[in-house]
Ligand binder design. Structure first.
Ligand SMILES: [Zn+2]
Length: 273
């Protein structure tokens, strides 16, 4: 993997005028040349057709070995951001039309995301993340307020994807502060998301919500520490009258998946560290 974007910029600047087009082309070409599928490790394929809603895919098919570890195809969408001095990624990223996004989440068609953060002066990729599609739930998206009267009338509503509405487990670093994370670590993390965040959107929503609370707690925490976040979960699930039962159910799942250890007296230990 080569983090230098200079050649990509010089090739692209000759072809495109608008800065946003240049940025798009540079990050797209770089990703196509350098990124791999986090599930099987093969190079990502780029969708050539502009009408496609996704940017990359992998069918996990190795021609040499004729081996398909999984029948499902993984889709990826690329989001690039220019330098933010103190904040590597913005807290929200722009998604597609809101109702389309809701439908794609409900039907399990929402893609995994690739976030790239690059430094324009040094022309270098500095940070990269895969966001596993299973970690994106209704907790992670919000409708955008239409900006103009015209937009309101046409009924087109955009989506905001909230990075803090995604549990840490789903945000898998590929590059961190200009250093490349070993591929086997990325692939291991990818598989652990698939092991833990299973089931339909509602089930994944609950487990993600409780994991986001646990992300905020120290390594050793108590059931009461989680209950302290009950008002926050009630906000997300206003119709649920059994929030505490739901919390305990998620903790049980996380124990079964080896993410938590019960150490007695209502205390839990995070076991992924
Ligand atoms: Zn693959």
């Amino acid at each position: 993997m080569n983090l230098d974007l200079s050649d990509y910029f010089s090739q692209t600047l000759a072809l495109y005028k608008s800065p946003s087009q240049v940025a798009r082309k540079v990050t797209e070409t770089w990703a196509s040349d350098n990124l791999y599928c986090p599930r099987c490790g093969l190079p990502l394929h780029q969708y050539k057709n502009n009408t496609e809603v996704f940017d990359f895919y992998c069918d996990h098919f190795d021609q040499k070995f004729m081996f398909i570890p999984s029948p499902a195809k993984d889709n990826f969408q690329l989001k690039g951001t220019k330098s933010f001095p103190h904040n590597h990624f913005p807290s929200t990223i722009t998604g597609a039309e809101y109702h389309t996004t809701l439908a794609s989440l409900e039907h399990g068609l929402f893609p995994s995301l690739i976030l790239l953060h690059y430094e324009l002066k040094r022309k270098e990729v500095q940070d990269g993340l895969f966001i596993h599609r299973l970690s994106v739930t209704l907790n992670s998206i919000r409708a955008r307020t239409p900006l103009t009267e015209n937009a309101r009338r046409s009924n087109w509503t955009g989506t905001k994807i909230l990075l803090n509405g995604i549990p840490e487990i789903g945000k898998i670093p590929i590059i961190s502060e200009s250093s490349i994370v070993p591929k086997e670590i990325v692939m291991e993390k990818w598989l652990s998301v698939e092991r833990i965040l299973q089931g339909n959107l509602d089930r994944r929503g609950w487990i993600s919500a409780v994991m986001m609370v646990i992300d905020k707690l120290p390594e050793l925490f108590s059931l009461n520490d989680i209950y302290a976040y009950q008002p926050y979960l009630e906000q997300q699930y206003p119709n649920n009258r059994h929030i505490r039962d739901k919390i305990r159910q998620q903790l049980q799942i996380l124990r079964e998946k080896g993410q938590l250890k019960f150490v007695g007296r209502g205390k839990y230990l995070k076991s992924n560290h």
